[in-house]
Design a protein around this ligand. Structure first.
Ligand code: GLP
Length: 261
């Protein structure tokens, strides 16, 4: 795992966007795993900017989102399908038929998990999975006690997640109590993980995810099991990291980071 600390949110998002752009340029038909949440809005704005200003080409890119709320139709402004169209897909040259999210309106939840997994397999698996971390320590919607080998399935949300995300809803009571999410095991099968975490409110959970013991109580700790992970954070989110000086030394000295310094 590598941890890169940037001075502020815009710089952290910019670095994450440049890493994604480099992956797309290296493999134009990249299978890209996507995440939602406030943290990603800045990153998607940067990708849109790179598409407009540098011609970053999404025409062959295929995407799979981590999760979707159960019971919200795609056109609902709080559905993650709506979020993705609004923040990214409507502003780049991606073929929408190549963009995938779990079906939140399914009447066959178990079947939907298996169908989504099969779609990912048919695409050849995820090349690069983008991840945020929720304050409860989840990746996707893998709430505490999600098995480290779990697969795509329906999951009940914790009161903490409901409190954290319901502010995004016009009427907080409308927030679904359940979601369909890739499992921790599904996420760990991606060839590469790119984790973006910003803001003071994430400092405690980021330190646990990166430096704490691996536990299903904090599904984000599972990223320690993956052989190819880059965590990009800002100064505020990094404030509880005990190995920070070492991480900064690596960023300053390792040749792979030279063009990003
Ligand atoms: C939601 C998503 C996660 C995301 C998390 C953090 O719960 N399911 O994938 O990482 O929010 O969101 P934010 O960036 O708003 O803190």
């Amino acid at each position: 795992m590598e941890v890169v600390v940037r001075p502020c949110k815009p710089e952290a998002s910019w670095l994450a966007a440049r890493l994604i752009a480099a992956a797309i340029r290296a493999k134009p038909s990249l299978v890209l795993g996507l995440a939602t949440g406030r943290t990603m809005e800045r990153l998607y704005a940067k990708l849109v900017q790179m598409h407009r200003e540098e011609g970053l080409d999404f025409s062959l890119v295929r995407t799979f989102n981590l999760d979707e709320y159960i019971g919200l139709p795609p056109e609902d402004p709080n559905a993650y399908r709506y979020y993705m169209n609004h923040h990214l897909f409507d502003h780049i040259n991606i073929d929408k038929r190549n963009t995938h999210l779990p079906e939140g309106m399914t009447d066959d939840e178990a079947g939907e998990g298996a169908r989504y997994e099969a779609e990912m397999r048919e695409a050849g698996g995820i090349d690069l999975q983008l991840l945020g971390i929720g304050r409860a320590g989840h990746i996707g919607f893998n709430e505490p006690l999600s098995a480290l080998q779990s697969r795509t399935r329906a999951k009940a949300l914790t009161p903490m997640t409901i409190a954290e995300n319901s502010g995004e809803f016009t009427d907080p009571a409308r927030m679904p109590r359940r979601a369909i999410t890739m499992g921790v095991g599904t996420i760990l099968e991606a060839k590469r993980l790119l984790v973006l975490v910003t803001g003071e409110s994430k400092a405690e959970i980021l330190a646990k995810a990166v430096e704490g013991p691996i536990t299903s109580m904090v599904s984000a700790t599972a990223i320690q099991l993956h052989p190819n992970v880059q965590v990009i954070c800002d100064n505020e989110a990094a404030s509880n990291l005990s190995g920070r000086e070492y991480y900064e030394w690596i960023f300053e000295n390792e040749p792979e980071w030279q063009e990003y310094r």
